[in-house]
Design a protein around this ligand. Structure first.
Ligand code: SF4
Length: 202
């Protein structure tokens, strides 16, 4: 692994053994919860495509947002930063006249979502020279309520944590570090890798 998939930040935060099971042993986990997540994602994507008006590059859309004083939304935006060792696809980027918001729809708010969104902010700001503030936000998938929103700060504790986790994931993937299984039995019992995990202590 040379670049860390940004979604791996979520798996790592849950339990770092998932990094080996998912990205090294390439085991695909499948649970009703994952299936529901994919189905909701597809619905959001289809609804978006019906009303999309986002032809052009990010830079062009930023200019349009300012000129027309309106907000544009792009989905599935590919981001990659060799320098930050990150790669991924952002679910939704809202380009407002005065700011950019990376939005993620989730059923709950966990620390892992904040890490993932901060990873997107790092990669997006590395890829484009954006003269606007970037915000990260988590929206309740069912009610549409914003559960968390924060302005991206490249020097924040959250950003530092993401950078440390990226390095840890790379070390785990290369075999330089040994994964430490979670001690939280509840997490193990709910883990999509429970049946095939060779690390669990229960
Ligand atoms: S079963 Fe437990 S130890 Fe194994 S990956 Fe899942 S949470 Fe980690």
């Amino acid at each position: 692994m040379k670049l860390v998939p940004i979604s791996a930040l979520i798996a790592h935060d849950y339990c770092e053994c998932q990094i080996i099971l998912r990205y090294i042993r390439k085991i695909r986990a499948w649970t009703p919860k994952i299936e529901k997540g994919i189905s909701v994602h597809k619905t959001l994507e289809n609804n978006f495509l019906k009303q999309a008006d986002t032809a052009g590059t990010i830079e062009e859309i930023i200019i349009r947002a300012e000129k027309e004083n309106r907000t544009f939304i792009t989905r599935e935006l590919f981001v990659k930063s060799k320098e930050d060792k990150l790669i991924g696809k952002i679910d939704q980027v809202q380009i407002h006249p005065d700011k950019i918001t990376i939005m993620d729809d989730k059923p709950n708010l966990y620390e892992s979502s904040k890490l993932q969104l901060t990873g997107y902010c790092i990669a997006l700001s590395a890829m484009y020279y954006l003269k606007k503030d970037i915000f990260a936000a988590v929206r309740d998938r069912d009610t549409g309520t914003i559960m968390w929103e924060e302005k991206f700060n490249k020097d924040s504790d959250l950003t530092a944590k993401v950078r440390a986790n990226i390095q840890r994931i790379l070390d785990l993937a290369s075999g330089k570090a040994t994964p430490i299984p979670t001690k939280n039995e509840v997490k193990c019992k709910a883990c999509s890798y429970f049946d095939c995990c060779t690390y669990k202590n229960i």
